[in-house]
Write a protein that binds this ligand. Sequence first.
Ligand SMILES: NC(=O)c1ccc[n+]([C@@H]2O[C@H](COP(=O)([O-])OP(=O)(O)OC[C@H]3O[C@@H](n4cnc5c(N)ncnc54)[C@H](OP(=O)(O)O)[C@@H]3O)[C@@H](O)[C@H]2O)c1
Length: 185
Amino acid sequence: MTTVGFIGSGSIGSTIARLAVEAGHQVVLSNSRGPETLADTVAELGPRATAATSGEAAAAGDIVVVTVPVKAFPNLPAAPLAGKTVIDTCNYGPDRDGDIPELDGTSLTSSELLLRYIPDAGLVKAFNTIYFKHLLSLARPVGAADRSYLPIRPRRSVELPTGHHPFVTRPDLVVDQVQALSHRA
Ligand SMILES: NC(=O)c1ccc[n+]([C@@H]2O[C@H](COP(=O)([O-])OP(=O)(O)OC[C@H]3O[C@@H](n4cnc5c(N)ncnc54)[C@H](OP(=O)(O)O)[C@@H]3O)[C@@H](O)[C@H]2O)c1
């Protein structure tokens, strides 16, 4: 069993949390407004779910999912994320995030921007290319003919153990390309 911490528990965060709980993992949710505002979500997810501050969720997670608007990057807790595998689902959207010149100019990717705030995290870009409702509705077991495949890209220094990583071994979240991509490091 793995504990997955969540910084951000909105559309994507709560969907990944649900899939993780269904797979037998613990989840620790957080948002910007405080753990008490996540009571309904925690109740719905059941006994494997708890809520905490974002710093506590980061500290508790064996893996941490950062799934927030890009404009929230400066507020992320860097210290507890140091050395951890951090799944980055985030996409830049000027309408929501405001104009960020480096991202408008494409001199930087949003993940490179994220690394400025959490420089010691083992960042893995994943789940940023699928609509949250499809993440749930398109879940399929290994071998299903209509299974979806998602791109995943680890930071150069990050190795994803394909045999033990919950987001790799999970049948409905499996990303078969992960092995090839992780060998690019
Ligand atoms: N929705 C999709 O289908 C989809 C698909 C792929 C990628 N993405 C990307 O994934 C990210 C999350 O998207 P979403 O649709 O899940 O957004 P969302 O529903 O708006 O949820 C955002 C979450 O981030 C939390 N948050 C904001 N600032 C925070 C902070 N400083 N510390 C901790 N938590 C904070 C929010 O908490 P509060 O509510 O308390 O403010 C909320 O729980 C975005 O970058 C988005 O572009 C979304």
